[in-house]
Design a protein around this ligand. Sequence first.
Ligand code: TUI
Length: 316
Amino acid sequence: ELSPFMKSLGLKYPIFQGGMAWVADGKLAAAVSNAGGLGIIGAGNAPGSAMAEEIKIAKSLTDRPFGVNVMLLSPHVEEVVKVILENKDNITLVTTGAGNPSTYLKQFKEANIKVIPVVGSVALAKMMERVGADAVVAEGMESGGHIGRLTTMALVPQVVDAVNIPVIAAGGIGDGRGMAAAFMLGAQGVQMGTRFLVAEESKVHPVYKKAVLKAKDIDTMVTGDFAGHPSRVIKNKMARNYINLEKAEAAKDNPDYSALEELGNGSLRRAVQDGDAKTGAYMAGEISGLVKKEQPAAEILHDVYEQADKLMGGDK
Ligand SMILES: O=C(O)COc1ccc(-c2c[nH]c(CNC(=O)Nc3ncc(Sc4ccccn4)s3)n2)cc1
């Protein structure tokens, strides 16, 4: 049974596809939305013009609701917000990541666009409710890419207790068991990134997809814990190189992480576009060890929902 909030979004499944930088383009988002989930286009560090293009593609491929994710550390965040507001009639909601979207919330609300910030703590969840967020995605550190510090199992029930707006759970969810568990913790929906990263409609380079599909439970690590932006990635040459440099720098009296910034810049693009294991960051979550095959987005949604539905007592 969908919650009133999920019904208001016009979804068949209360399942969001994570708005992953470089990965979540209009084609993937449209495939997820057409199958009854909520597809989300990821702005990442892309300029406004690229976002306008992806929104146009999604609009041409689906009549179902879709969203856009604003990565708040992007140098282009202002122009991306502008493009979203210009396309307000086609965009159901905005999710935000890697920062505090308070400054943009008012504009989105006035444009009648729902805002669902990703939060990694109770404090941020409460602040987002106070400034008018429609819901929050509570994302645990099991997730891929830029992470907070708390696990999904600990974060979700505390956020559910702390706010009166709907909570969507994310981080380490890759099948119906994770979805059913999230609902037991009080979530009204789930967001998945890693499982959709290897979807057939995902443009991720086959070498990167293969690394995710063959990853074991212990094959991810966190880079940037000292340098400033902790990011979970699949262990590869680049990650090991990054970690070695980071530890060496952190041991100095006044560490200088600027060289690491260099290493990090463009690393996700090189992974997605070239599958480069030497200089690319294979961002992916701890659930990679559970994700073993590339499937169409529609199959992913159906399999996850049906399994969760059965576990939660069926015919919801
Ligand atoms: O400033 C404040 O008070 C709030 O601080 C925050 C800190 C972290 C978060 C947060 C954690 N996880 C998320 C949502 N997930 C993500 O944003 N995942 C991402 N993956 C790759 C990205 S591109 C990038 C950008 C910077 C460094 C490395 N990679 S963003 N948001 C949200 C807010």
